[in-house]
Design a protein around this ligand. Sequence first.
Ligand SMILES: Cc1cc2nc3c(=O)[nH]c(=O)nc-3n(C[C@H](O)[C@H](O)[C@H](O)COP(=O)(O)OP(=O)(O)OC[C@H]3O[C@@H](n4cnc5c(N)ncnc54)[C@H](O)[C@@H]3O)c2cc1C
Length: 559
Amino acid sequence: MTTLGDGVGDLEAKTGFASRTAVPRPGGSAGGWEATADLVVVGTGVAGLTAALRARELGLSVLVVTKADVTDSNTRWAQGGVAVVDVATGDSIADHVADTVAAGGGLCEEDVVRAIVAGGPAAVARLRARGTTFDRDADGGLARTREGGHSAFRVIHAGGDATGAEVERALAADVNRQRVPVLERHIALDTLRTPSGGVSGLVLLDPDGARCVVRARAVLLATGGFGQLYQATSNPEIATGDGLALALRAGAVVADLEFVQFHPTVLYTPGARGRCPLVTEAVRGEGAVLVDAAGQRVMAGVHPLADLAPRDVVSAAITRRMAAASCDHVYLDATGIDGFARRFPTVHAACARVDVDPTREPIPVTPAAHFACGGVATSPEGRTGVPGLYAAGEVARTGLHGANRLASNSLLEGLVVGERAAEAVAMDLAAGELAPLTCATPGDAAVAPVADRSLVQRLMSRHAAIGRDASGLAAAVSRIAAARRERALDSHRVVEDAALTLLADALLVAAAERTESRGCHVRTDFAERDDVRWQRSVRVRLDATGAPAVLAPALTGAA
Ligand SMILES: Cc1cc2nc3c(=O)[nH]c(=O)nc-3n(C[C@H](O)[C@H](O)[C@H](O)COP(=O)(O)OP(=O)(O)OC[C@H]3O[C@@H](n4cnc5c(N)ncnc54)[C@H](O)[C@@H]3O)c2cc1C
């Protein structure tokens, strides 16, 4: 692996890639370094690594940076699989599009859905060519399972329920083979701005807090989601929404932020905080059912697809059942599944760690923050409205997910849009649309407002999870405002805290604006869906004071 634990000196030695010059640090002391590239990719999950590999194939000089180790990502935790059509099985692109749109609560952009879904088979073929091995069925074809909201068995998987680990392994290995430089443990802090408002590079903090600069014709954000905005989440520690904060500060528009998908089933343990092990939806796909403490089915009569209803429906039904019974979990009865440990080794191991045997007893489960349906508003090729700034994967809002993501469409989006974003950068470079390297300067994010992380998580979990109302949202806004202090962005932790604080503000603004219930956004004070007023995205941008503000509706209804 061309990793760069000691900074860019290693990078030069191993790849001959970057130029290095000393740059002044804030406060006047010497330190840091400066490097150049055509494209700097932020993030080493499915979207970032796919984009980097494609950019390399297209002949771009590309540098990948990640704030953690190369395989630390949401991607490596993905269990269920990748939703991708094989027409030979009787499935069709049209059916996958229809399922995605049905799950999306009226806010998917159908042309975008079609473009991404139709790109799936070729993207998966290239992923396999890069070395990813998916599970096979008895006939030697790809094994396919079914998940919530899917009308067909179309979700391919690897290692039973360890799909993301295999995808991440294969992409990281290929990045290594192709000698794409990856700078680990460097956190992206801010963008470099051109005089005309574009982006042309990044400011990073190295592991010791020294500022480093990458001048690049294009920056691709592939920083994943923000499950860590909540107390309990399926997401790992890296999921702090840094890319969204970076994009907002660079002048980009974000959209659909209020739609945070809560996965219906993470493994319940009393008082659990931080990353909670997921119990993949594929367990329900293979016959498990949700029951309450009395053994009553939770999903009976709630939705025609019962336990395989879209996630927003299942999470809301569980939340209602828990509220009615004044408890904090329900159960997933998977005792009828043959060969559970072989088919779901990750879930089985997580259960074993808390002394639950899924073959003999129901698994205690509860909903937890899982996926950001919204993000930086982009085209399906990853272009944001800011020249030089691109986004792909969970950080982006392409219009694929609408108000609620269909299961296993996320790895698909990372694969398809990751590639297309690299192609868009190459195209924009060739067309002379990207600023030269020399003219950019850092933005002014030397300090930023920061509220205590655990307070933010507590407030968001209490007031902006499943079931929100105007007074709770307003209370969260004012308590976070009261807790905010200007802090120097001089450590990885503070950069993340600043991102979470800004993101909380932006999400609360969007959630308060949407006075209806739709998809993952459930308002107890506006329980009905209101297509007349709200069949459109809420778009947010920073105003002149740096505060998130809702933009006037777009005429087309698109973000
Ligand atoms: C438990 C779990 C199970 C899931 N199961 C599935 C599934 O079965 N199918 C499916 O389609 N989806 C699934 N998802 C969702 C899916 O895994 C993610 O949406 C997807 O992997 C996101 O990929 P990404 O490339 O956008 O970002 P990620 O994989 O999250 O990668 C983000 C990268 O950005 C880096 N980064 C972040 N901020 C910075 C910064 N400031 N500076 C530098 N680097 C930074 C991180 O270190 C990381 O390398 C699951 C998610 C979880 C958590």
